[in-house]
Design a protein around this ligand. Structure first.
Ligand SMILES: [Ca+2]
Ligand SMILES: [Ca+2]
Ligand SMILES: [Ca+2]
Length: 478
C-alpha cells in the first residue's frame, strides 16, 4: 500500500517543473538550540487554556476552552480570578459526548480597552435554536445544532467581571475537529477570525466533503447562512457586519477574507501590518502563510507546496461505493480505488493562489522508524500559534517568527525575510504548547499548555504525559 511512493516516482518530473520558491525542510534537518530563557510555572490545572493575552490592566487574560471560562491571572503571584463562566450546556453539552475541539476559543480586546471602551470579544461554541447543520439533519446527530459565534462582553474593572454578552456573528460552523478559532483585532480595527475545515474528509467525518474552496452565495448571505465560512479567514467590523472593503470573490463580498485553509490555529499581525498565519497540514506540510485579501491558499488540492510530495487529495465523499461502508485510513495516502484521488499537480492553481512561505515539514517518504506513520512521528508538528518577535531584547530571535507546536513540545523559529529560511527548534519539554504571548520589552514569554496529549523530543523520544498540564509557563530572558 505504498501508494505515496508510486505517486512520488511517477510525478517526479512534474514536481521539478513546479520548483517551489519557498523553503521546505525535513524535520531532521532543523537546527536544535537551547532556548535563551529561564522557565517558571505561573499557574497549572487550567481547563485547556487556548488564548492568552496581556491586558492593559496588567493581568494575563486566558480563555479556558474546556472549562468554559475566561480567567484573569495575576502576574505577580499566579492567583486566578474568573471574569466569566459560561453556562456549561451552552458551551459543552454536545462536546462532552464527542470529545471534541469545541469550547471557548479566541479572545481579543476592543482596540479602546482601558481607554474608554472596556469591551472584549470571545469566540465560542453554542447550540443554535434556529439553525441546523445541512449535512447533519438527523436530530440525534451530535453536530445537528452545534455552531460557533463571536460575542462581545462589557468589562467592569471594579468587580473584574464580564457581563452583557451580545452576539456579533452567529452560525459559524462548528465540529468536533478543526474549529481553529484564533481571533485578532487588526491595526485596521477589524476582527479577524480563523475557521477550520471542520475535520471533514478524515477520521469520524470522513464522508463529509471539505468546503474550504466553497464560497458563500448572495442568497446564503441574505439568509444569514454561514455554512460556507469553514476553511476560511473571516474579517468583520466590530459589530459583526461585513466591511465595505472586504474582497469580492466570485462576485460576492462576504465576511470571507481568504479561503482554501485547513486548520489555521495561528494568526497574528506584525507591526508593519503583515498578517501571518500557520495551519495544520494533513500529516505532513504544516504551513506558514502571509494572509492576503481574496487569497486562495489551496486546500484541499494542495498541502504545502504544489510538489506532489506525499499528499494526495482523496475524496471519500465522492466514492463510487457508499462512503459509510469504507474504512477511512487517513486523508492522504492509501485510499481504495473506489475513492477518487487527485495529485497536487492535477489542480490548475488559480491566479489568486498563494503559496506558503515555509512548510513544517515536507518529506517524500516516511521518516526512519516511522514506517507505520503513527500520529506522533508524522512530519507535521501541529502549529498552534504564530508570533513575530520584533523586540531586540533577545537578538537571536529578533525578526523571527515563532510557531508554538502541539506535537513537538517546541517553538520553531524562522526568519520570514531570509532567502534560505531554515528553522531553529527550541525544545521546552513534554508539553503541548497552545499559545504564546510576549511582554512589550521582549524579555518575558508566556506559554499556555494543553491538559493532556503526547509530544516527541528532538531525539525522537515520546512522552505521553504532560509535564505541566493546563499551565501558564513564564520564560524570562537570561
Ligand atoms: Ca495570545
Ligand atoms: Ca496552503
Ligand atoms: Ca505538497
Amino acid at each position: 500500500m505504498k501508494l505515496w511512493k508510486t505517486l512520488y516516482l511517477s510525478t517526479a518530473l512534474a514536481a521539478l517543473a513546479l520548483a517551489p520558491a519557498a523553503a521546505q525542510q525535513s524535520p531532521q534537518d532543523v537546527t536544535v538550540a537551547e532556548f535563551p530563557f529561564a522557565k517558571a510555572v505561573l499557574a497549572e490545572g487550567l481547563g485547556n487554556p487556548f488564548e492568552i493575552r496581556l491586558g492593559a490592566d496588567g493581568w494575563l487574560w486566558v480563555t479556558e476552552r474546556t472549562a468554559g471560562k475566561i480567567t484573569r491571572i495575576n502576574l505577580e503571584d499566579g492567583t486566578t480570578k474568573t471574569a466569566y463562566a459560561f453556562n456549561v450546556p451552552e458551551v459543552f453539552e454536545v462536546a462532552e459526548v464527542i470529545q471534541g475541539q469545541t469550547g471557548v476559543m479566541g479572545f481579543a480586546f476592543h482596540p479602546e480597552f482601558g481607554n474608554g471602551t472596556d469591551q472584549v470579544f470571545v469566540y465560542h461554541t453554542y447550540q443554535d435554536a434556529e439553525r441546523t447543520d445541512p449535512t447533519q439533519l438527523d436530530e440525534k446527530a451530535p453536530f445537528h445544532r452545534l455552531f460557533n459565534k463571536v460575542v462581545r462582553f462589557d468589562y467592569d474593572a471594579t468587580t473584574g467581571t464580564l457581563s452583557n454578552p451580545t452576539d456579533i456573528l452567529t452560525g459559524i460552523p462548528s465540529s468536533n475537529d478543526h474549529n481553529s478559532g484564533r481571533m485578532q483585532v487588526g491595526p485596521d480595527g477589524m476582527i479577524y477570525l480563523t475557521v477550520g475545515d471542520q475535520g471533514h474528509n478524515q477520521l469520524i467525518n470522513w464522508c463529509r466533503p471539505i468546503e474550504s474552496q466553497t464560497l458563500p452565495t448572495a442568497a446564503q448571505l441574505a439568509a444569514e447562512d454561514h455554512y460556507a465560512y469553514q476553511g476560511k479567514v473571516l474579517r468583520m467590523n466590530l459589530d459583526g457586519s461585513i466591511p465595505e472593503d472586504n474582497p469580492e470573490v466570485d462576485g460576492v463580498r462576504s465576511h470571507v477574507y481568504s479561503y482554501g485553509h485547513r486548520n489555521p490555529q495561528g494568526l497574528s499581525f506584525a507591526a508593519d501590518g503583515t498578517l501571518y498565519a500557520n495551519e495544520h497540514g494533513p500529516d505532513s506540510d504544516d504551513e506558514i502563510n502571509i494572509i492576503k485579501a481574496g487569497g486562495n491558499y489551496g486546500w484541499p488540492h494542495i498541502a504545502g507546496q504544489q510538489d506532489d510530495n506525499f499528499y494526495l487529495y482523496a475524496q471519500w465523499g465522492q466514492a463510487s461505493e457508499p462512503c459509510g461502508g469504507l474504512d477511512p485510513i487517513g486523508p492522504s495516502q492509501g485510499a481504495p480505488d473506489v475513492v477518487p484521488q487527485q495529485a497536487e499537480s492535477e489542480w490548475q492553481a488559480p491566479e489568486n493562489y498563494v503559496m506558503p512561505i515555509a512548510t513544517m515539514f515536507t518529506v517524500s517518504e516516511p521518516l526512519p522508524g516511522c514506517e507505520d506513520f503513527a500520529y506522533l512521528c508524522r512530519p507535521s508538528v501541529g502549529p498552534s500559534s504564530i508570533t513575530l518577535y520584533e523586540q531586540d531584547r533577545v537578538p537571536e530571535l529578533s525578526g523571527r517568527l515563532m510557531s508554538t507546536t502541539l506535537k513537538h513540545g517546541s517553538i520553531y523559529s524562522i526568519d520570514p525575510a531570509a532567502e534560505e529560511n531554515g528553522f531553529t527548534r527550541y525544545y521546552l519539554g513534554a508539553n503541548r504548547l497552545r499559545d504564546l504571548e510576549i511582554s512589550d520589552d521582549g524579555g518575558t514569554i508566556y506559554l499556555a499548555t494543553d491538559l493532556s496529549g503526547g509530544v516527541v523530543d528532538p531525539q525522537g523520544g515520546v512522552s505521553e504525559t504532560p509535564e505541566n498540564p493546563g499551565a501558564i509557563l513564564v520564560y524570562t530572558a537570561k
